[in-house]
Design a protein. Structure first.
Length: 163
């Protein structure tokens, strides 16, 4: 069993889409460990605020199968295949970590944005504070502690969901 960490984000009816994604992820991967939900300004484009969180799960699927599952969930919730990268979205699911795998193919792991997007690093540090980044060899708590928090606006929000 591999432990995976998944970034979830939405800025189109975000509460609805995050809840739907959590239900689908539970259906596919079983019990989830969930961070708080954070609201953040859009990064890289002008748009409405995002809701973001990180969840952890266990899987016996391969990296390719996990990513394929994410794409199916995104598409089931209105994500348009091949849509512009920096644009509003109903749902964005990104595989951040697959155990301590370091790879470029089939996808980049660990995902680079862990180190530069507060909306990924803060929730990851919340649910895996003592876990070390497999490349930089520092804990996510340490990385978040040294992160320049003036770079991105981010704040926790109330969010209720039950499996």
């Amino acid at each position: 069993m591999a432990k995976i960490f998944i970034s979830l984000g939405s800025n189109i009816d975000p509460e609805h889409h995050l809840k739907a994604a959590l239900t689908d992820l539970t259906d596919h991967f079983g019990e989830l460990e969930m961070s708080s939900v954070f609201e953040s300004e859009a990064v890289g484009f002008e748009g409405s605020n995002f809701l973001n969180m990180v969840v952890a799960a266990q899987t016996e699927l391969s990296i390719e199968e996990v990513v394929s599952t994410f794409k199916l969930i995104e598409q089931a919730h209105g994500r348009v295949k091949g849509a512009k990268k920096f644009a509003p979205r109903t749902l964005d699911l990104d595989l951040l970590l697959f155990d301590d795998t370091v790879s470029q193919q089939p996808i980049e792991l660990p995902r680079a944005e862990i180190l530069y997007n507060a909306f990924v690093l803060w929730p990851l540090a919340e649910i895996a504070p003592s876990l070390n980044h497999p490349v930089v060899k520092q804990s996510y708590q340490t990385l978040w502690g040294s992160y320049d928090k003036s770079q991105q606006s981010l704040w926790p929000v109330e969010f209720n969901w039950s499996a």
